[in-house]
Design a protein around this ligand. Structure first.
Ligand SMILES: [Zn+2]
Length: 375
């Protein structure tokens, strides 16, 4: 069995090879490292999201004076900006391989990196969109979703793509992987990949990860191996939504030099398209799964349908997924569902009761916004 150091070296070498033409990334150039900041401005934030005295840039400052951060005007290039590492959750035998890279790195480089590291191309890619912060699904549907995702991934040699953050449906996928690892011994075949923005993570998590990456690259003699390659406990808080989901096999952290906001669907979609272009000797299929979702969800769905890629919308997962399912359901079927709901209501498991547990105002607001938008 390879040691942690062997696994780290293998990952580091694979990253170096895959990113040899894309080693740069960008950082905010509105303030620089060691710049003198007045006492009154010490706690003020730059428009990139950092404290004004927390910038690492060392080059020539930008003269931009606007109030909205724009990459072309506000950033400076760091030529050796790729960083990577590995972290274990020993008691669950979970290993995550991390890569922090420029947000515009070609997805081909990342697809090749994971294919080469894993040693095999995917037969199926299941990409999961939606279901972030306040997401809550009915228990029966939740169990069916978790079982279905794992079964599809294990039986078809599939890869799972998620948003990578420790919240909502990504948490469910992590739980499903964890439980399946306990139940089955062949789960090393599951490849789960988180697509996350570096700036979506909390400052503490970014500092912890940067520290681990740095120490793994330049270990000191007295660093205990078990600690060097272990998830810091501070990153594993179940209520912390600004950390990574720790059961994923790969975590791709895209850096756009800001410290706010979330990654859109561009990167995972491009990754999928790269997989379809690189079938090689195998047939790779894709399924996009929409869970809950918000105002951007219809655009995500359209993007995949325009490329003739199948989309599965989970009815009952809430918000936009339910609105779209409602639009797509013929009236006769709705009446049948109404009858079934009435019957369920009499049995004490009505859909209405389940919906009452949802943040009703959020659901209603999304419906109204969407209806206004499509008029
Ligand atoms: Zn800044």
């Amino acid at each position: 069995m390879p040691s942690c150091k062997d696994l780290y070296d293998k990952w580091r070498n694979a990253v170096s090879e895959a990113t040899k033409d894309h080693k740069h990334r960008y950082t905010c150039a509105l303030f620089k490292k060691d710049q003198t900041i007045s006492d009154t401005e010490q706690t003020n934030r730059c428009i990139c999201g950092r404290l004004k005295n927390s910038h690492s840039y060392k080059g020539e400052l930008s003269s931009y004076a606007g109030d909205r951060w724009i990459m072309t005007d506000c950033s400076g290039r760091i030529d050796d900006g790729i960083s990577c590492g590995i972290l274990y959750k020993w008691h669950q035998a979970c290993l995550t391989k991390f890569l922090r890279c420029d947000i515009n790195i070609p997805q081909k480089a990342l697809y090749d990196l994971i294919c080469n590291d894993y040693g095999k191309k995917p037969n199926l890619i299941i990409s999961i969109f939606g279901g972030t912060k306040n997401f809550k699904m009915d228990k029966h549907l939740e169990t069916a979703f978790m079982n279905g995702i794992i079964e599809a991934a294990t039986s078809a040699g599939g890869w799972i793509l998620t948003a990578g953050l420790n919240s909502g449906v990504v948490n469910l996928v992590g739980q499903a992987i964890s439980e399946a690892k306990v139940m089955h011994c062949n789960l090393k075949n599951i490849v789960s990949i988180g697509f996350t923005k570096w700036g979506s993570l909390s400052q503490d998590v970014r500092d912890l990860l940067s520290g681990k990456f740095r120490k793994q690259l330049h270990p000191e003699n007295n660093d205990p191996i078990s600690e060097l390659y272990t998830y810091p406990p501070e990153m594993l808080g179940s209520n912390n939504q600004q950390t990574v989901e720790s059961h994923h096999a790969y975590m791709l952290l895209f850096d756009d030099a800001t410290q706010y906001g979330y990654l859109g669907d561009h990167q995972p979609t491009q990754f999928l398209e790269e997989a379809l272009k690189n079938k090689g000797n195998t047939n790779c299929y894709t399924i996009t799964v929409i869970v809950e979702g918000g105002l951007n969800t219809p655009y995500t769905i359209r993007r995949f349908l325009e490329k003739n890629l199948p989309v599965v919308i989970i009815r009952g997962s809430g918000r936009m997924a339910d609105i779209i399912c409602d639009f797509l359901t013929p009236d006769a079927e709705k009446q049948n569902q109404g009858g079934a709901e009435k019957k369920n209501s009499e049995q004490g498991v009505s859909e209405k009761r389940r919906l009452r547990r949802r943040p009703k105002d959020v659901c209603q607001r999304d419906k109204e916004n969407y209806r206004r938008e499509i008029q």
